[in-house]
Design a protein around this ligand. Structure first.
Ligand SMILES: [Zn+2]
Length: 417
């Protein structure tokens, strides 16, 4: 009898656990719907989720009791004469800190739980021991809207390969020394809160997917061509990081830090692109780049190259076509593996302007048949999300995949997919 009782008890505990998982999933589904459809009514939620109206009412009561959702007031009545109450996330209830780490600086944006930006600033930083304390000090002194008692978490985008098994980062473009544990350092910033860390390319991809494509356009690859090179891949709503920067497109190319030759990253990242333009036309006294930089090759940057491109300098255009060819080859290789519905090109390469972007987009090929490949023009586009992409991406990743409502969000380190 004792054994029976024991089994019964365990079953009950199991059932309770199961019930709490179902409840969390339902309540989160409702929260997400209100987040994405401000003004939605209980009836509409019930219709979309297939949850009964009484279940929706019950869970809504809890969400409103917790202050997470509030009514927007009555909407115009329909023909039945009933006036459904519109619902919205209560932004005042909670806040989320996001940090986008870049080579020698970071961008801080504080959002409310409704996803509205409360404040932001950018600052230079050296990534070494004590840097998180420095960031926190800057936040505390420059912030006017941060309310620590309402903070849900700290979310960070990092331009590095995030190793989930070892909880570490590598192949980073941040200048850090080997013994420095950046994740641990960042967690120590607010030890009592969960830290969510997502690879930069993935964070940008997730923002693009959620805000531009509204998450409904099927599988997507985002090529992040920046100070480093990577890809964020969305497949069936799941996010993956693609280390495409270390895909070789030239076996006789320059040696990479990863040990291989001709890695894409060494050919198309920002410093490499600027170097190529400078070497090919920066020293040409009759050329526009020479005039724009005052003959100082070290002063050549994306802004000057863009100007020379837009004014139609022939040598600059020739160099641009060659670089666009390399980028397009890398992209074409990767899409052979996935056949995504949407291909997005983003990162600071876009600072070179529309002329250069069009050179890339028109050169990307997808496999066809009978010896002819197809151009990808219907599927490929430049990123539309802008400078806050990483911050928006980690914010949404946190809200969608880490934040919990009816069970406590675990205080740990979440690493992006
Ligand atoms: Zn490499």
């Amino acid at each position: 009898m004792g054994a029976m009782k024991f089994i019964n008890l365990e079953n009950n505990a199991k059932a309770r656990r199961h019930q709490s998982i179902i409840k969390e999933s339902n309540i989160k589904q409702i929260f997400d719907l209100v987040f994405e459809n401000e003004g939605i009514s209980r009836i509409e939620i019930s219709r979309i989720t297939n949850l009964s109206r009484s279940t929706v009412s019950l869970l809504m009561e809890e969400l409103m009791g917790a202050g997470l959702i509030r009514g927007t007031g009555e909407r115009a009545s329909d023909f039945s004469g009933r006036k459904p109450i519109g619902l919205e996330i209560n932004g005042d209830r909670a806040q989320i800190i996001t940090l986008s780490l870049r080579k020698d600086n970071y961008r801080y944006i504080l959002y409310d739980i409704r996803g509205r930006e409360l404040e932001k600033f950018s600052s230079r930083i050296v990534y070494k021991k004590g840097c998180a304390a420095k960031i926190w000090k800057a936040v505390k002194s420059r912030s006017s809207r941060l309310d620590e008692s309402r903070l849900l978490g700290v979310c960070v985008s990092i331009p590095a390969k995030i190793n989930k098994a070892e909880k570490s980062i590598n192949l980073s473009i941040l200048d850090t020394d080997n013994n420095f544990d950046l994740l641990k350092e960042l967690k120590s910033m607010r030890q009592e809160l969960p830290l969510t860390a997502v690879n930069q390319s993935s964070a940008r991809a997730y923002a693009e997917y959620k805000y531009i494509y509204n998450g409904k356009n099927g599988d997507m690859i985002y090529f992040n061509i920046d100070d480093g090179v990577g890809a964020g891949i969305m497949v069936n709503g799941r996010l993956f990081t693609g280390e495409i920067g270390h895909m070789s497109i030239d076996p006789k190319g320059p040696l990479c830090v990863c040990g291989k030759k001709g890695c894409l990253e060494n050919l198309i990242r920002k410093t490499a692109v600027i170097r190529e333009f400078a070497e090919r036309s920066g020293g040409d006294k009759t050329g526009l780049l020479y005039a724009l930089s005052g003959g100082r090759q070290g002063d050549i940057n994306y802004r000057l190259i863009r100007e020379a491109l837009e004014q139609g300098d022939l040598k600059v255009l020739a160099a641009a076509r060659d670089i666009a060819e390399k980028i397009a080859l890398g992209i074409s290789n990767v899409i052979c593996m996935f056949d995504p519905e949407k291909i997005v090109v983003g990162g600071n390469i876009l600072e070179l302007g529309r002329t250069f972007l069009d050179m890339i987009l028109s050169r990307v090929k997808i496999p066809g048949s009978s010896g002819k490949c197809l151009d990808a023009s219907g599927q490929i586009a430049g990123s539309g999300i802008g400078d806050d992409a990483e911050n928006l991406g980690v914010l949404r990743f946190f809200l969608d995949k880490v934040f919990t409502i009816s069970v406590e969000t675990e205080n740990t380190v979440y690493l992006g997919d």
